[in-house]
Design a protein around this ligand. Structure first.
Ligand code: HEM
Ligand code: HEM
Length: 120
């Protein structure tokens, strides 16, 4: 679980820094919100979760970790898609954001509950 999350986080990191490079080179900063959250929720938070799961196997083996894993991985791309549409002014797609963000937040809270229960 930990190792898998660390590797997926690496993929987000590459995507996010390439996006940062594109924004810098093109002087078009609409995707800033996507870049920010791919870096912080995709790379930083996911890698941190992976490292913690690796350090604390009891946390990694719990059901909460599995739920967190799937919510984090399925919901973040959906939220990012919604934010990307909104960034380009496509407000008709703004409804996609909460469809991703709410499960993502639930997944991240369950991750913290898991830390309190199983990191000893
Ligand atoms: C190395 C490649 C990176 C490049 C080329 C890059 C480029 C950029 C650019 C062009 C912006 C928009 C600035 C603006 O709107 O004025 C930005 C914003 C931002 N970046 Fe990056 N970035 C990189 C890596 C990172 C990393 C590794 C993180 C975090 C782990 C990060 C976090 C942020 C945040 C939080 C913002 C928003 C800042 C704000 O709203 O003031 N960036 N980045
Ligand atoms: C998971 C649910 C999250 C939601 C729904 C969310 C939503 C938002 C929204 C609406 C903004 C303002 C964007 C703007 O004014 O353009 C924002 C900005 C920001 N968020 Fe989040 N966020 C989430 C998670 C996080 C997490 C976990 C981090 C850090 C680890 C983070 C870091 C930031 C930063 C640094 C900014 C300001 C930079 C910017 O304007 O691009 N967010 N977020």
């Amino acid at each position: 679980m930990g190792i898998r999350l660390i590797k997926i986080a690496g993929v987000y990191f590459v995507i996010a820094i390439l996006m940062g490079m594109y924004m810098s080179m093109s002087h078009q900063f609409q995707l800033r919100g996507v870049h920010t959250h791919l870096n912080l929720v995709g790379w930083v938070s996911m890698a941190l979760a992976g490292i913690l799961y690796h350090l604390f196997p009891a946390a990694a083996e719990s059901r909460l970790a599995k739920i967190h894993f799937w919510l984090h991985n399925l919901a973040l791309p959906v939220m990012m898609l919604g934010v990307a549409f909104l960034s380009y002014g496509r407000t008709e797609f703004a409804g996609i954001i909460p469809i991703g963000a709410i499960p993502l937040i639930i997944g991240l809270i369950l991750f913290v509950v898991n830390l309190f229960r199983n990191v000893k």
